[in-house]
Design a protein. Structure first.
Ligand code: FAD
Ligand code: NAD
Length: 475
């Protein structure tokens, strides 16, 4: 291992590893240090997203949805499959194999780009020196002209709900359950609560979700949130709003949860309890006292819009800095920083970061919600199109949800696009591209969309903005 590099990246998750690869593509010498250790003791690049987040959760969402559809939908298609049985061990082996392939892929891409991957803990010292502690405890000093901090985030724990990793668990534990809990409690009806609640509900758990806020999915457009709440209720997710958990305790093989809502105090008994109340930036052991890097009041590393920290030539990207905790946001920041280090032009357009919730139906959006536009005071118009009127959605037995477009009344600028329905997470890419290029609603209206596709819903919603939808009644 050499001791000096052009760039050292601390953290090999979806923010750090793309920074390392792009820096190497920019002909810089690069080392990427990562300490991620799996439950089986193995080390792996890829961070939360690949090992314990985006990828394993999507693997289980896919498998559990197929299980659900085989039970309840195949017959509608005229397919008789007999009794559908769950082999959870096989489902979990598939999840683990996908993760292993994807994390192994990072090493292959590192190798082909000449990135030096170092397994161990990195600590930034003054003067752009980095102390690396190898898994066997050996310490080495390396240095670089530029250092990129990409140490990510970790689940928030609740003091009154003591985590034990067995009965009271976080999202990572909940991805690796080896049996379907009969009764599952989830604290937090956010993205994780809804995705993991859906997985285990589809596999047979009775799921109760306790959400402290009175409003469901407050971050989403409320037309979409209301539609989502209706579907989740029908699927059997028991979502209790305004429910503040006061304590949870393990007793034998059960968890007793006490929560308070407008009706008073309640107790809930579950077999497993997932705490999914958000994540916090992870900087433990990252910064020596004299590193000079500043944190904000909430523990995020302070950066400007180009991800520069308070120390020259030290950058920070991904979940450890302000903004949405999303893999694609971190990736763009990592790539931007690697280009800026190489003296190239780069920026991230934070106005068009898409959000996707991988439930069924999926929920996806980009730009402002109708509530945000209304609060901003700009005059606007809205168009929407139901998937019930989409031939392709009907053919897929997925005619639920809608696409909704909010545009400015004055210059027709698209302000926000919101989709709940089949493949919403894929459909939103067109919306992001349109907004990235500052498209007007008319631009979308004049763009040919193949028939019959789900994307026609976006086309028709754009037409509906001016009450010119063809395949639905204009209101
Ligand atoms: P991380 O992925 O957290 O990576 C940081 C890495 O740095 C880790 O490997 C850590 O071990 C390492 N590290 C930390 N400190 C040090 C140190 N001092 N020395 C060496 N290594 C260190 N986002 C999406 O966009 N789409 C999704 O579908 C999605 N699903 C998710 C599902 C779940 C269950 C969870 C928990 C998260 C999900 N996310 C999703 C969020 C996504 O995982 C994060 O936004 C993303 O992983 C952040 O990337 P990062 O590189 O900033 O941090
Ligand atoms: P979140 O912020 O999405 O949701 C947390 C929820 O918990 C909120 O609704 C909040 O009101 C509620 N809450 C907070 N404290 C509570 C309490 N004491 N009692 C009851 N409810 C409480 O956080 P998350 O679901 O933990 O996810 C963490 C991060 O991971 C998110 O920022 C998200 O961006 C990311 N993530 C993304 C995806 C995706 O992109 N599909 C999937 C999973 C996770």
């Amino acid at each position: 291992m050499s001791t000096h590099y052009d760039v050292i990246v601390i953290g090999g998750g979806p923010a750090g590893y793309p920074a390392a690869i792009r820096a190497a593509q920019n002909k810089l010498s690069v080392a990427c240090i990562d300490e991620w250790q799996n439950f089986d003791g193995s080390y792996a690049f890829g961070g939360t997203c690949l090992n314990a987040g985006c990828i394993p959760s999507k693997a289980l969402l896919e498998s559990s949805e197929l299980f659900q559809r085989a039970q309840h939908e195949f017959a509608t298609h005229g397919i008789q499959v007999g009794e559908v049985k769950l082999d959870l061990a096989a489902m979990q082996r598939r999840r683990a194999a996908i993760v292993k392939t994807m994390t192994g892929g990072i090493l292959a891409v590192f190798k082909s780009n000449g990135v030096v991957g170092i397994q161990g803990h990195g600590r930034l010292l003054a003067g752009n020196q980095v102390e690396v502690t190898a898994p066997d405890g050996t310490k080495t000093l390396i240095s670089a002209k530029d250092v990129v901090l990409a140490s990510g985030s970790t689940p928030i724990r609740l003091k009154t709900v003591p985590h034990d990793g067995k009965f009271i668990v976080d999202s990572w534990n909940a991805l690796e359950f080896d049996a379907v809990p009969k009764r599952l409690g989830v604290i937090g009806a956010g993205v994780i609560g809804l995705e993991l609640g859906s997985v285990w509900r589809r596999l047979g758990s009775e799921v109760t979700v306790l959400e402290a806020m009175d409003q469901f999915l407050a971050v989403a457009d409320q037309t979409i949130a209301k539609e989502a709440q209706r579907h989740f209720k029908k699927q059997g997710l028991d979502i209790k709003l305004g429910a503040k958990v006061s304590s949870a305790a393990v007793a034998g093989d059960l968890v007793n949860v006490v929560y308070v809502d407008k009706q008073g105090e309640h107790t809930l008994q579950v077999d497993k309890l997932i705490v999914a109340v958000g994540r916090r930036p992870f900087t433990e052991g990252l910064l020596a006292a004299d590193s000079g890097v500043e944190l904000d009041a909430r523990g995020f590393i302070q950066v400007d819009e180009h991800c520069r920290t308070s120390v020259p030539h030290v950058w920070a990207v991904g979940d450890v800095v302000r903004g949405p905790m999303l893999a694609h946001k971190g990736k763009e920041e990592g790539v931007m920083v690697a280009d800026l280090i190489a003296g190239l032009f780069a920026e991230v357009n934070y106005k068009v970061v898409p959000s996707v919730i991988y439930t069924a139906p999926e929920i996806a959006w980009v730009g402002q919600t109708e509530e945000q536009v209304k609060a901003g005071g700009r005059a606007y118009k809205v168009g929407s199109f139901p998937f019930a009127a989409s031939g392709r959605a009907r053919a897929m037995e997925a005619g639920q949800g809608m696409a909704k477009i909010i545009s400015a009344s004055d210059d027709d600028e698209i302000l926000g696009i919101h989709v709940i329905g089949p493949m919403a997470g894929e459909l939103i890419a067109e919306a992001v591209l349109a907004m990235e290029y500052s498209a007007s609603t008319e631009d979308l209206q004049r763009t040919i969309h193949a028939h019959p596709t789900l994307s026609e819903a976006l086309h028709e919603a754009a037409l509906a903005v001016d009450k010119r939808a063809i395949d639905a009644i204009n209101r």
